[in-house]
Each structure stands twice: as structure tokens, then as C-alpha cells.
Design a binder for this molecule. Structure first.
Ligand code: XUL
Ligand code: CO
Length: 439
């Protein structure tokens, strides 16, 4: 097999004083943090679409990236080269997982049958590379948004033929995810949303989406796929209104349609901020509802209103992400998938290495800070004390369901003085900064 990233060896941990841009400063895979290694905590994953398929194209110009496989013109030769390059890249980067859409890894043919045949050839190659390297598939998914047939959506399309096509596509994607040992399967809404209610039957579209997901659950059972199903919320882009807009709306949907036991969420940082939430908020809400499944690790730009999918570098954000993940008892089957792309101007192959190094180091550092914050209990203790009124007296009675409005009125009438205590936000923020700078 030819080498694609010539002149770049394996990226290793050299510690925080290293000046080598091709070394990890904080990501030290075998370092133990509590009872797990960093590698086990973080479960880093590469997104095939950005790293291998992405071209750097934007609305104003064609692709800019220069890749070792760029000169190949036969679509199947290109697909094979990309798959081989993916494994070389992950080995060199010490990345243990990857994720893909069906259409990232193999080209579409003239017919669905031909497309499936193309997939089978590439899946055979991926299967061999997985066996040779020990790198695993974190999740697979189906691209139900790029082809023009999905112009009105897939499971929520007004056209039943499109619903059927999407079902066939997900059926195949589930089969290949199972074959490759995928630990999860993701549904991101793609074009499942609407542009205008003037032409939309929202009730039918949502019912159909639920029908589609029930069919997926049934089929997974039938073929013995034991991976975790994940829904990835996003509020807008490509449609003006996406149905799975945030964790709260996904939870309501899953509960309404009896799907809560079969799905968790895959939370993407940039999708959280597009929804007007922090990444921390979305992870927290998912965790306390038992649905925190996996993470698409990236970051947006506060000045831009779209999904910029940048590599995560903000330590404050990675710290609180890891804080929630540690409180969740880890990511379990999930992982940290870098759904992130290099900027259009970073077009050289080596930029793929620099970008993943920056993201892996940012999460490694966040993990350490979060672990220390939790170990010392500074925030937890403060919060516990803040709610202490619910552990005794009238508060305990409220929590235990022993009182109603009448008893509470009697209590309030007798309670001469209500005393509140400061929330101490600035003091807490300063403590967090101290940990970030010193942990
Ligand atoms: C789109 C997005 C997708 C999903 C997988 O914004 O995040 O790449 O992660 O379909
Ligand atoms: Co994503």
C-alpha cells in the first residue's frame, strides 16, 4: 500500500514544553486520569467527510485543498485511496475511531443496486484495514441530504417514493455499520425540516419521521445490530427549521413517539450554539435525562451565524464538556468525533495533522481540568450547599411530596423573613479560571 502522507511520522506526546508543532503537548493516550487512560476517556474519532472527502469548496469558490489522492479521476480508485489514506492518517495521529456517511466512502452509481455494490467493495477494504490496525468504527450514518431526490427531505418528504428510497438507504447503512463493528448509528436530520408552513403538513411529517425511526429500530433488532442509536440535534441549516432542533425538542419527540428507550443524542458543539444554547447546557440536559450518547466535537464562531465546524480549541468549553462527560460516567459507547474541518486557507495535507492535534490537545487539557474540579468538588460542593434548603424542614417535605399549596400557604404565613444568599457567580468563574490555568 502506498504512503499518502509522506514525510510525516507518527505524532507523539512530547509534553507542554515541546516546540514541535507535530507533537501532542497534552494528549498523552496512556496517561491515567483516575481509573481510565486518556485514550479511554476521550475516545477520539475522525470524521471521514471533512478529513478525506472535504474539498474546501464554499459558496463563493471551488475547492482549494491539495491532497495526495487529488489526481485520481476514477471514482472507485479515489474511494479506495481515501480509505487507505484515512487509516494511515489515523494511525499516524493515534486516533482510535472514525465515523462516516455511506456516500463519503463510496460513489453513487446509476442505480441503487449499483451504489450498494460500490459500497460493498469499499466496505470490504475498510473491514480489512480495521482488522489490520485495530482502529474501530464509532458510528456510521446515511447521507439523506446531498442528492437532489432529498430536496423536500427524506423521512419527512412529501413524496412517499423518497421515504422508501431513504429507508432502503438506511437499511444498507445499518448493514454495513454492523459489518464493520460500528458501536453507534447516527441520524442527523439533514433536510428533515421545512422552509415554509404554506406547503407543509407538519403533523404528518413528524409522524412519518417517527415511523421511519421505529422501522430502523425493528430492522436493527432483526439483523442483530447492537450499536446505540443516536439523534444529532441541529436547529437550522440546511432547512430554515429543522425538526430535531435541540436536545429538549428531541426528548419531547422521543417521548411522544415511544422511542426514548432506543435512542440517545449525539451533541455537536456548533449545533448547540446555533440553537442559542451553550454546548455545556445541551450536554447537561442530555445527561440528566439519561440520553447523553456521543459528541461531535467542534466549535463555531461567535461572529458567524452558521455551522463553521471549526476544530475545538477553547479550553473553557472543552473543560465543561468533559465535566459533563465525567459526570455521565464517561461516553460509554460514544466518543468525541471531530466533526470539524480545516479552514479553506489551510489547504495543505499537513494542516489535517495540525488541526487534529489542536483538538486532541484541547480536549486532553479539558479532561484534566474537569477531573481536578470534580475531584476537589469545588463546584459540586457549592451547588449542594446552595440547595440545602431542600434537604431539611419544609424543603424536604416539598421534595418528598408531603405538602401541597394549603400546607405551604400555612408555612408562608408563619414565615416572618425570607433570607436569600448570593449566587457568587464571579467568585465561581474566578475559581474555574484558576483551575484552567493551573490544573
Ligand atoms: C451536519 C452534521 C453532520 C452529522 C452527520 O451539520 O453535523 O455531519 O454529524 O450526518
Ligand atoms: Co455533526
Amino acid at each position: 500500500m502506498s504512503e499518502y502522507f509522506k514525510g510525516i511520522g507518527q505524532v507523539k506526546y512530547e509534553g507542554k514544553d515541546s516546540k514541535n508543532p507535530l507533537a501532542f503537548k497534552y494528549y498523552n493516550p496512556d496517561e491515567k486520569i483516575g481509573d481510565k487512560t486518556m485514550k479511554e476517556h476521550l475516545r477520539i474519532s475522525m470524521a471521514f467527510w471533512h478529513t478525506l472527502t472535504g474539498s474546501g469548496q464554499d459558496m463563493f469558490g471551488v475547492g482549494t485543498v491539495v491532497r495526495p489522492w487529488s489526481s485520481l479521476s476514477d471514482p472507485m480508485d479515489l474511494a479506495k485511496a481515501r480509505m487507505e489514506a484515512a487509516f494511515e492518517f489515523m494511525q499516524k495521529m493515534q486516533i482510535p475511531f472514525f465515523c462516516f456517511h455511506d456516500r463519503d466512502i463510496a460513489p453513487e452509481g446509476e442505480t441503487l443496486a449499483e451504489t450498494n455494490k460500490n459500497l460493498d467493495v469499499i466496505v470490504e477494504l475498510a473491514d480489512q484495514l480495521i482488522k489490520d490496525t485495530g482502529i474501530k468504527l464509532l458510528w456510521g450514518t446515511a447521507n439523506l441530504f446531498s442528492n437532489p431526490r432529498f430536496v423536500h427531505g427524506a423521512a419527512t418528504s412529501c413524496n412517499a417514493d423518497v421515504f422508501a428510497y431513504a429507508a432502503a438507504q438506511v437499511k444498507k447503512a445499518l448493514e454495513i455499520t454492523k459489518k464493520l463493528g460500528g458501536e453507534n448509528y447516527v441520524f442527523w436530520g439533514g433536510r428533515e425540516g421545512y422552509e415554509t408552513l404554506l406547503n407543509t403538513d407538519m403533523g404528518l411529517e413528524l409522524d412519518n419521521l417517527a415511523r421511519f425511526l421505529h422501522m430502523a429500530v425493528d430492522y436493527a433488532k432483526e439483523i442483530g445490530f447492537e450499536g446505540q442509536f443516536l439523534i444529532e440535534p441541529k436547529p437550522k441549516e440546511p432547512t430554515k427549521h429543522q425538526y430535531d432542533s435541540d436536545v429538549a425538542s428531541v426528548l419531547a419527540f422521543l417521548q411522544k413517539y415511544g422511542l426514548k428507550d432506543s435512542f440517545k443524542v449525539n451533541i455537536e458543539a456548533n449545533h448547540a450554539t446555533l440553537a442559542g444554547h451553550t454546548f455545556h447546557h445541551e450536554l447537561y440536559l442530555a445527561r440528566i435525562n439519561g440520553v447523553l450518547g456521543s459528541v461531535d466535537a467542534n466549535q463555531g464562531d461567535l461572529l458567524l451565524g452558521w455551522d463553521t465546524d471549526q476544530f475545538p480549541t477553547d479550553i473553557y468549553v472543552t473543560t465543561f464538556a468533559m465535566y459533563e462527560i465525567l459526570k455521565n460516567g464517561g461516553l460509554h459507547k460514544g466518543g468525541l468525533n471531530f466533526d470539524a474541518k480545516v479552514r479553506r486557507g489551510s489547504f495543505e495535507p499537513i494542516d489535517l495533522f495540525y488541526s487534529h492535534i489542536s483538538g486532541m490537545d484541547a480536549f486532553a487539557r479539558g479532561l484534566k481540568v474537569a477531573y481536578k474540579l470534580l475531584e476537589d468538588g469545588v463546584i459540586e460542593e457549592f451547588i449542594q450547599k446552595r440547595y440545602a434548603s431542600y434537604t431539611e424542614g419544609i424543603g424536604k417535605d416539598i421534595v418528598e411530596g408531603k405538602v401541597g399549596f394549603k400546607e405551604l400557604e400555612a408555612y408562608a404565613l408563619n414565615n416572618k423573613e425570607i433570607k436569600n444568599v448570593s449566587g457568587r457567580q464571579e467568585m465561581l468563574e474566578s475559581i474555574v479560571n484558576q483551575y484552567i490555568l493551573e490544573a
